[in-house]
Design a protein around this ligand. Structure first.
Ligand code: DX5
Ligand code: ZN
Length: 216
């Protein structure tokens, strides 16, 4: 069984709480919250006040994906807003160990994110310090992009290294272009958490998509 994390980037922002509830009712374990600063990625999404409002209205496990140049500087506001897990990019400017420690000190789970061009080996030094590794299967910034199959080898390499180093319980998340066709390949490669934005919210029956992905 995979953990499903619907990406709220593709939800109806006028009805965020409703859409969050529908995902939870359909069995989604995580809600994926994409934060973009218009600098690290060429897009702007939503920030801590929005997270705070929906986390109050809809208690859930909020998986917050920071696409920020300086994630360390912004941790306090997302921790306070109700983030359950915070992931940040290895390609960002913040010192990795300090950022992981600050997330843990704030009471959340921590994860690192790799863009498509970043090799799997970049994650290896951190596998015993984080709860999750997120492999991007598109360039971060926008929903609805095509899955890049280079993510599959990367997932397999990280899963293999995690098992080899006694970290088989590490969560391995994949994000970008995940749907009924690409998700099974990712799970086979070792992914345990599936982010899906357009595949869920663009479907005629979002609950059926979540159920399908969870069954993998
Ligand atoms: C992209 C975001 C993704 C995005 C995924 O930068 O990190 O979470 O919402 O969207 P889909 O599933 O449509 O590719
Ligand atoms: Zn994301």
């Amino acid at each position: 069984m995979a953990i499903v994390a619907p990406s709220l980037l593709s939800a109806d922002f006028a009805h965020l709480a409703r859409d969050c509830r529908s995902c939870l009712d359909a069995g989604a374990e995580f809600l994926h919250f994409d934060v973009m600063d218009g600098h690290f990625v060429p897009n702007i999404s939503f920030g801590a006040p929005v997270l705070s409002s929906i986390a109050k209205a809809v208690p859930a496990f909020y998986d917050v994906h920071l696409m920020l140049t300086d994630p360390l500087d912004y941790l306090p506001m997302f921790l306070k807003a109700g983030a359950s897990m915070i992931t940040f990019h290895l390609e960002a400017n913040s010192p990795v160990e300090e950022t992981i420690d600050a997330i843990h000190a704030g009471g959340a789970k921590a994860g690192i994110v790799l863009k498509p061009a970043t090799p799997a080996q970049a994650a290896f030094p951190w596998l015993d310090k984080v709860e999750m590794v997120l492999v991007m299967s598109v360039e971060p910034g926008f929903g609805g992009q095509k899955f890049q199959s280079g993510a599959l080898d990367k997932l397999a390499a990280i899963r293999q290294q995690a098992v080899k180093t006694g970290r088989s319980e590490l969560l391995l998340e994949v994000d970008g272009g995940i749907d009924r066709n690409t998700a099974p390949l990712c799970v086979k490669a070792g992914a345990s958490v599936l982010v899906a934005g357009s595949a869920v919210f663009g479907a005629a029956d979002p609950a059926a998509e979540i159920a399908f992905l969870r069954g993998l």
